[in-house]
Design a protein around this ligand. Structure first.
Ligand code: CU
Length: 284
């Protein structure tokens, strides 16, 4: 018993320790060693998700402590030794009202910010630009329909047997998706072969890419930088090797990039947007 208690204390101290120094290791937009919480928020939606998570944690903690206290009271005060003659009470209107009304109030307290967050996340505001992300086995193709309609493939930046990879390993890609900072970006997702999922943790974006169905999500990145995500639906052999990398840049840098990208990916223009490529096209 004592050793179990010591183990628990050690675990709690370790958790507090790693929790406390987490920000020192955390790099925005990607996972960090020993990370316990969620990735740092880079969009207003993700900031709200983090807030809601913490809010629920407080409520859950309160409920767990209350239930534990009730259980301990029952065990100590109403066991056969402490209370040999049990009471015959079967109904108590006041307490029945309390244990019905209070949980309902707690649920309402949770439901209001929960629904507000859901609408915030799912209701796309007027978008400044649209990027279409097509999930393919096993890479992403990004199209920019309102910036010249160019498109390009985004592949894992590793050699063929994945012994040498660019950093961050298994997240870096050859051609990043580039978007301007502080702009509402509408992401349309579709699958070209099987179901994939466009998931970027620090943006609070997670939306299926389904063949034959155009899905939509949005984000507004508030800081420049590179943000990483991964395909989040088991989509076959190389599911783990089709990361998402989004570079958020200033408006001017974005305009420059669009100019270059239009030329660089010009030969992709004639291709239909959602046809599955037979093999990843390198070197474009
Ligand atoms: Cu996938």
């Amino acid at each position: 018993m004592a050793s179990a208690l010591r183990l628990l204390t050690a675990a709690l101290v370790a958790a507090a320790f790693f929790g406390a120094i987490e920000p020192a290791w955390a790099v925005i937009g990607q996972p960090a060693p020993w990370e316990l919480g969620m990735q740092q928020a880079a969009t207003p939606v993700m900031a709200d998700i983090v807030w809601f998570n913490d809010f629920l944690l407080w409520i859950i903690t309160g409920i767990v402590i209350l239930v534990l206290a009730l259980l301990v009271t029952v065990i100590m005060r109403f066991n056969v030794k402490a209370n040999p003659v049990s009471a015959r009470t079967t109904h108590n209107t006041v307490i029945e009202l309390i244990w019905t009304v209070i949980p309902v109030m707690i649920l309402v307290l949770i439901a209001v910010p929960s629904f507000r967050l859901m609408f915030f996340q799912l209701d796309t505001p007027p978008a400044d630009l649209t990027v279409k992300a097509t999930g393919k086995q096993w890479f992403w193709t990004y199209s920019y329909p309102d910036n010249g309609n160019f498109e390009f493939d985004s592949l894992l930046a590793c050699n063929s047997d994945r012994t040498k990879c660019q950093s961050p390993r298994l997240l870096a890609v050859d051609n990043e998706m580039v978007v301007p900072v502080n702009k509402v970006v509408r992401v349309q997702t579709i699958g070209a072969d099987v179901i994939h999922e466009f998931a970027v943790p620090s943006f609070g974006v997670r939306i299926d890419a389904i063949p034959g169905r155009l899905n939509e999500a949005w984000f507004k990145a508030t800081h420049e930088g590179v943000y990483y995500g991964q395909c989040a639906q088991l989509c076959g052999r190389d599911h783990a090797f089709m990361p998402i990398a989004i570079r958020v840049v200033s408006e001017k840098a974005f305009a420059d990039w669009v100019k270059q990208a239009k030329q660089k990916y010009a030969d992709n223009d004639a291709e239909p947007l959602t046809v599955a490529a037979a093999a990843p096209r390198h070197g474009k």
